[in-house]
Structure formats: C-alpha cells, structure tokens
Design a protein around this ligand. Structure first.
Ligand code: ATP
Length: 487
C-alpha cells in the first residue's frame, strides 16, 4: 500500500487496482483536478480485508467477472463508502453488473484525470448514501439527478432539479430563474406552452416559492368542466341557486383564499364567466351564484393555455381586457424537442419511479434506446415521455431498456410525416399561387401609372412629375398597352 500526504482534514480515497497505469494516473495526475484535498491509499490489486481508517471513497478497477465479488464485498462491508468501479470493458452489461454488485457509479477506461476528477468531486459533494439492495444506481453517462439509490419519495423529491421540475437545460434554467423572480409578487402569471410541457408543475412551483406557500393551491381545468357547471365550480353557490344546489358551497376561488388559484385552459371559459373572472381580479371580491353578498378574497392568479392567446383574442374567444389583466407576468414553457438535453434526465427519473412502482429491475437505457428517445420529436412533450416509460415498465421485464421496448416510437412518426407533407404541399400551393399571381411587367407598370393618374385626377403632367418620368413616357406607354391589349 502507498499513501499520499497524510492530512486529517483531507478526504481519504482508497484505490484498488493491479494496473500500474491506473495507479499512476491517480497518484500523479488526479489531485490537481479535484476540488478538495485528498489522501490516496493505493492498494495493489488485492482488496484489503480491512482498512486502517475507512476511506470516504474507493476506486476499484475490475476486468474479470470473478473480480465482481471484490466489489460486492467492499459494498456490503462499507455501506457508507462511495464505490466507483472502472473497467476497460465498457459494455452495458458490464456497467449493470458493477451496479448490481453495489458500485455507485461505473466508469469505462481509459478515463482522463480531468474527467475522473470532475466526477469524483461531484460524488464527494453529494456525499451519497449507500445503494439499496433492490435498486442499484446507473452509470456515469446518466445525469447526477437520477443517480441516487434511495427508495424514499421525500429524497426522490429532493433530487428534482427545481420544485418538481426535472431538467437542467439552459431553457429550463431560464424558467426556474423566472419563477424565482416572480414567485413573491401577487401579480397574475400567464403560463403558455404546448400540452404536457409542465404548465401545472410551473404553477405549483410558483406557489411553493411564494410567501403563500402555506396557503392552498387550487387548480381548475376550464376545458374539463361543462360550461353550465363552471360558474358554480369557480365562484361557488348558495343553497337554492339552481336545481340541485341543496346547500351553500364554496367555489375554487374561495377555496384558494390565502393561496394560489391555477386556471388551466383559461381561454376555454365561456365569455360571460370571463367577465365575472375579470371583475374578481379587479375588485378582489366575488359573489357566489345566487348570492348577494360580496366576499373579499386574497388570491394569486396563475392562468395557463396551450393555445396562442393573442389569436384567441383576435377570434373573440378570449376577452382582450381579461387577457391583459392576466398577462402581467408571462412565462413560456418550451416544448421538449427544443430542450433535448432534458430528455434523458427525465427518462431516467421516470424509469426509476415506475420500475419501483411496478416492482421491476429496469435501471438504465441501452445506447440505442437512448438515441431513439433523444431523437424522437415528442409531440406530447413530457407527459408523452412519462407515459411511454410507464408503459414499458408495465409491459416488459429486464434490467436494460432496449429500443424495441418502444414499439410506438419505432413505428414511423406518421402524424409528423403527415404534418410535414401537408406543410410542404401548402408551401408548394402558395408558391404556385404566388407564381400565378405574378403579372407581366407591362401590366404592373400600367397599374402603377394608372394609380398615379387616378391620384391626380387624370392630370398627366402631375402624375409624371410624381413618378419622376416625362409626360411623353406616359403617352407612349398608353399606346403600347393599347396595342398589347388589342392582341
Ligand atoms: N420538467 C418536468 N419534470 C418532471 N415532470 C414533468 C416536467 N414537466 C412535466 N412533467 C410531468 O408531465 C406531466 C404533464 O405536466 P403538466 O400537467 O404540468 O403539463 P401541462 O403543460 O399543464 O399540460 P396540459 O396543457 O395538457 O394541461 C405531469 O405528470 C408532470 O408532472
């Protein structure tokens, strides 16, 4: 055994490898790439029966199948030690085997000192707990957010990147930043984005980060409630207000008093109710259906739509005054295809969740499956990805998710092709229409000159002066048009 400089404040790292090149990489090059002082204890291949002082982390190379037992032994003897396995065999099955033996991470060799230093610093700062026996972690190619091994849903939540959101793409970082900036205001927030992009998650995050987080969060989906029930659902009613109103009842707005009211698909609300909502936002008070009493409320409004709100205003489905009342703080959630870097973190997290729920062993995706997931267009966004992973966790068994586990993605993306074909046809037709609409030069010239003559009541001199041509040109042109038209 060799050891680095002994320093009581430094982190102890055991290195177990029979490969001199690997040992040299650690002893000569690694420390400059680590974000803390480390004391390396280097063991020459033989796994020690006991460490003098238990290291925080062990780096173990293994090339033979039999060496897996070394890993398992270390993992079971030192459950609090971070265990990293290295192999020159970078196959998925080798990675899975290492994880199942209890490694927290698997790194294919050769690895640069820089990459190893970065990964090790990350792991040490996470100071992660020991892997559980039934669900092992996934390799280092996957993002850190999916790499904890706990089975506890509270810890799961802590692993989300931001208030229920997963995704570290620059676009999502921008969204988290926006949420943090506007959360404490009482001004309404208007969230737009395609279906399944996380508008409700966003509304919840706004609530959770506001100073009304201890108050209620009430969500109401305006497209899911029949129009005749919507008024009472939102504004409540008093006994006898209509047939079936057997007692006084609070609506969603009153239930949200002191908290946040999330109005999903707000544009689907009938226009008369939009007027009533506008009044509530303006006055901060409502009257229940059939009631005479004004009830003051303290509600923060978050509205959302997956349509283009200005277009809805233009066609008269969405009141313009309500739109501007709600559209104080806009947040737009980008579709998943515009933030492909988030696909695998989301997929890994869903896989972990549904494998656990369905009591399955799935713990990682094959390279082909990963390529397929990241290349797909996800028209249904995160919700579609979530459903896809849930389906495979129910339907299949195994440890590694393969591309054939996604038959629906393997099929051609027909709706996309259809859309693309339609768009191309549309463009062609537009091109034809535009080509058809192009008039011969002399006719366009005639239109311009005649337009000028009209503007000056037929006065040729003034029209010619405005066009900066001579009057004789106009006479000449007129004669030539007459000849052309006579043909
Ligand atoms: N970034 C994310 N991280 C984790 N889960 C997400 C994320 N975005 C969406 N989801 C999940 O995807 C599903 C759909 O999200 P949500 O209901 O918020 O979408 P939406 O935009 O409101 O959809 P719709 O317009 O159809 O109502 C939910 O189960 C949600 O938890």
């Amino acid at each position: 055994m060799t050891s680095g400089p002994a320093d009581h404040s430094s982190v102890r790292i055991a290195v177990v490898s029979s490969d001199p090149a690997f040992r040299r990489l650690i002893s000569d090059q690694l420390s400059v790439h680590l974000d803390r002082e480390c004391d390396f204890q280097i063991y020459d291949g033989e796994v020690p029966s006991a460490f003098l002082m238990e290291p925080a982390c062990a780096l173990v190379t293994f090339e033979m199948e039999e060496e897996l037992s070394h890993l398992s032994r270390l993992a079971s003897r030192h459950p609090n030690m971070i265990l990293l396995a290295f192999s020159e065999n970078s196959s998925v099955s080798r990675a899975v085997a290492a994880m199942q033996a209890g490694a927290h991470d698997f790194i294919a060799r050769p690895v640069s000192a820089e990459a190893l230093g970065k990964r090790l610093s990350e792991l040490l700062s996470q100071h992660r707990p020991a892997p559980s026996q039934d669900m092992k972690s996934i390799p280092s190619s996957a993002p850190a957010v999916t790499q904890s091994d706990d089975n506890n849903s509270d810890e799961q939540d802590a692993l989300k990147d931001f208030e229920g959101f997963i995704g570290q793409s620059p676009a999502m970082q921008g969204i988290y930043d926006q949420i943090l900036r506007v959360a404490s205001s009482k001004a309404p927030v208007f969230v737009t984005g395609e279906s399944g992009t996380g508008k409700e998650v966003c509304a919840q995050a706004l609530h959770a980060r506001s100073n009304r987080a201890d108050g209620p969060f009430i969500a109401i989906n305006c497209s899911a409630i029949p129009a005749d029930l919507m008024e009472s659902e939102i504004f409540g009613h008093i006994q006898g207000a209509f047939t079936g109103a057997t007692q006084d009842r609070k609506g969603a707005a009153e239930l949200a008093d002191g908290g946040t009211l999330f109005l999903d698909e707000v544009g689907e609300m009938p226009l008369d109710l939009q007027a009533k909502l506008l009044r509530l936002i303006q006055t901060g008070a409502l009257r229940r259906v059939g009631g005479a009493q004004e009830i003051p409320l303290d509600v923060r409004f978050v509205a959302a739509t997956n349509r283009e709100p200005m277009e809805e205003v233009r066609v008269g489905r969405f009141r313009e005054d309500l739109f501007y009342r709600l559209h104080v703080l806009p947040i737009h959630l980008p579709p998943l295809r515009e933030r492909r870097g988030d696909i695998m973190p989301l997929a890994n997290s869903f896989l972990k969740q549904y494998a656990r729920e369905e009591n399955k062993q799935f713990c990682l995706f094959s390279t082909e499956a990963e390529q397929m997931l990241t290349a797909y267009r996800w028209p249904g966004n995160v919700r579609q990805l979530q459903n896809t992973i849930r389906r495979l966790a129910v339907m299949y068994d195994g440890t590694v998710v393969e591309d054939e586990h996604f038959p629906e993605l393997l099929r051609k993306d027909e709706s996309f092709e259809q859309e693309l074909n339609d768009a191309i046809c549309g463009l062609r037709q537009m091109g034809h229409a535009m080509a058809d609409a192009i008039l011969p030069f002399w006719q366009q010239e005639k239109q311009i000159i005649e337009g000028a003559l009209q503007a000056f009541d037929g006065n040729i001199s003034r029209a010619a002066a405005a066009l900066e041509i001579s009057p004789s040109t106009i006479y000449r042109k007129r004669m030539s048009w007459a000849q052309k038209e006579a043909v």
